[in-house]
Ligand binder design. Structure first.
Ligand SMILES: [Zn+2]
Ligand SMILES: [Zn+2]
Length: 423
């Protein structure tokens, strides 16, 4: 119900609302039409209420109390015990079982046959360090002294290990992992998101990731992720996946003459469903710890970059899909437009009212108990609700631009690869 240019009335509460034909018209009083397309997956109203309740209790606990490192709650102890069982006890049992079969059965070929399955279990479930893919675009210290200088400054202020490598990606996200058996900290920078961040927002996203490093989340994640990977490996092995010759060989080695399908169905129904159950238990027990880790990393981010930078960066995250789309459009159709500039200006053009709408949508869509991150609007709200911090690390605009120049070469390689993939 358009009344005149630029304003209209909310059909639900009759409040006057601003209307911009380029963006969704919605009511900030009663949230009418705040999410016109609706969530991608449907959950029952009861489950949604329960999930909002859970998110709210965690939020309120953190708003009023100290944000502490997750203590040794039953869920946390359970997560570690279960992961240890999967990562240590099962592979060791396989190893011992295989050796026992080799030593005790004669003739030796029977021993060898009997040892294949236990050794296979050990091989499948062996703990693995995180590795970077061969196709990842890495930036080394000597290529980007200013960016590494900034990261070192943040790491020193936080009191955590310095970053060893930077990975550039074309996706709109920033990440942190520990790579290899030396657990080298690696920051992954998604170019379209990075391009749209102001200097203090850049400090904030880096401080958030290094905050995870300080809190030991990297190691905690590695333990839980490795256990989950091992469980997925078990499920894949017990499923009929003909694309994987190694697994097929392992499965059929002993059972020549039997129908492979029947054996697979049996394995899937027994071992496979057990692994699925344990995986569900593990991820569910770990969720709250994961959400708490995010709030805690946000607090570090606010301490280092200042509350405004930290909250601003979170709000930019909500616009990540817009920056990615603008970059992709430029790569596809506008050969003379700088794709990263297109990404940056796309987010800077979004009016505050639309940003607010998307934050409210994040509350509706991201409040899920199976989500690793709390909804962005609650994260930003928590930063703004707590006493404001002045920045400990400041990045000047020209320094921020100098960092972009350092990254220009490696970024070009990333974009070139994406451009040819899009064709
Ligand atoms: Zn309304
Ligand atoms: Zn995080």
């Amino acid at each position: 119900m358009q009344t005149d240019q630029g304003t209209s009335r909310c059909p639900q509460c009759d409040h006057e609302i601003a209307a911009d034909p380029q963006y969704v018209t919605w009511c900030d009083q009663c949230d009418w039409n705040v999410d016109p397309t609706g969530p991608t997956h449907q959950v029952s109203a009861r489950r949604q209420r329960r999930e909002h309740q859970l998110a709210d209790t965690l939020y309120r606990e953190l708003e009023h109390g100290e944000i502490r490192r997750p203590g040794w709650t039953v869920a946390r102890v359970g997560t570690y015990l279960l992961s240890a069982l999967i990562l240590v006890v099962l592979p060791l049992a396989g190893l011992v079982g295989g050796i026992y079969a080799l030593v005790s059965y004669r003739p030796i070929w029977i021993g060898i046959l009997l040892s294949v399955i236990p050794f296979g279990v050990t091989f499948l479930l062996r703990p693995r360090a995180h590795r970077l893919g061969p196709e990842s675009h890495l930036v080394h210290r000597e290529q980007a002294p200013r960016l590494f200088g900034l990261l070192d400054e943040i790491a020193t202020k936080i009191g955590t290990r310095k970053v060893g490598l930077i990975e550039l990606s074309p996706y709109p996200r920033i990440g942190f992992i520990k790579v290899g058996w030396r657990f080298t900290p690696v920051i992954s920078i998604g170019l379209p998101l990075w391009a749209g961040l102001g200097p203090q927002e850049r400090v904030a996203v880096l401080a958030h990731e290094l905050g995870h490093g300080k809190n030991g989340d990297g190691l905690h994640r590695w333990v839980v992720d490795s256990a989950v990977d091992a469980l997925q490996e078990i499920q894949l092995t017990s499923r009929n996946d003909e694309s994987d010759e190694y697994r097929l060989e392992l499965q059929t080695y002993h059972f020549n003459g039997y129908s492979n399908n029947a054996i697979n169905s049996f394995l899937d129904a027994t071992i496979g469903s057990m692994a699925r159950g344990v995986q569900w238990l593990l991820t569910t027990a770990d969720l709250r710890a994961g959400q708490r880790e995010e709030y805690l990393a946000d607090r570090r981010s606010a301490e280092i970059a200042g509350s405004d930078g930290a909250a601003g960066a979170l709000e930019r995250y909500e616009l990540a899909s817009t920056s990615y789309r603008a970059m992709e459009q430029a790569l596809r159709f506008a050969p003379d437009v700088d794709p990263l500039e297109a990404a940056a200006s796309a987010v800077s053009e979004i009016p505050a009212r639309e940003v607010e709408r998307r934050l409210r949508v994040s509350r509706l869509r991201e409040t899920r108990s199976d989500s690793t991150h709390p909804p962005t609007n609650l994260r930003a709200k928590l930063i703004r609700a707590r006493p404001a911090h002045d920045p400990l690390v400041e990045l000047e605009i020209d320094e921020s631009e100098a960092i972009d120049k350092e990254l220009a070469g490696p970024a070009e390689a990333v974009l070139k690869e994406l451009r040819s993939a899009l064709r």
